[in-house]
Design a protein around this ligand. Structure first.
Ligand code: MLT
Length: 202
């Protein structure tokens, strides 16, 4: 996978995994890492799938309808990439916080839905439910922050609430934050995520 790794802090400390939205690149969310934790290592990855030239982390059949087979395959690919990247770059595999927006939040959510201990924490901006009807792994000890939009036309408030409940039922600790800027990633929600992250470290 194409990625940027910046060792900014202690290799034994936290690493932020940045996952862009549809049409983005590994450069997009770099400013967020500085706001959330300027001392954490950064691993920013570009999605391997192209939709009309736009990078994504997995295929979709149409807006909001995921290609489940590809989602499962790409989730495994990202999970294995994290194992390899931690060895290659020498960061602690157990201390990864994913920060994902939209399609990036959905692949981060899919890591949580499919693998125990793939992520220590996750900050999900405007996520959807990656898959329905599966048993989630035990997520006890995993902290999740969800930023959702009361008027998000892509990730509805009902879906954000349902995702929160599914993650909580699997044992995760989940906080949800509401905005009203549609599907946009707003500075207010980034600041709220940074306050949440600081509190989760304390
Ligand atoms: C997705 O396909 O992951 C969601 O619809 C969000 C998006 O990327 O537009």
């Amino acid at each position: 996978m194409q990625y940027i790794y910046e060792e900014k802090g202690n290799p034994n400390g936290p690493t932020l995994l940045l996952l862009h939205g549809t049409g983005g690149t590994e450069n997009d969310l770099l400013p967020l890492a500085n706001i959330i934790d300027p001392n954490a290592n950064v691993l920013s990855v570009r999605g391997n799938v192209l939709e009309n030239g736009m990078p994504r982390f997995f295929r979709r059949l149409e807006e909001g309808v995921f290609d489940e087979e590809d989602l499962i395959k790409r989730t495994q690919e990202l999970h294995e990439f994290l194992n390899e990247a931690s060895q290659r770059n020498g960061f602690d595999r157990k201390q990864i916080t994913a920060i994902g927006y939209s399609n990036g939040a959905n692949i981060a959510g899919s890591l949580l839905f499919h693998y125990e201990n793939s992520l220590q924490k996750a900050i999900l901006h405007h996520p959807m439910i990656p898959r329905r009807g599966i048993k989630l792994p035990n997520l006890t000890g995993t902290d999740v922050f969800i930023a959702a939009g009361e008027n998000d036309p892509i990730c509805s408030p009902e879906e954000a609430e349902e995702l929160t409940q599914l993650l909580k039922n699997a044992g995760a600790h989940v906080d949800i934050h509401w905005e009203s800027n549609g599907h946009q990633l707003s500075m207010r929600e980034i600041k709220a995520a940074s306050v949440w992250y600081a509190a989760s470290k304390a």
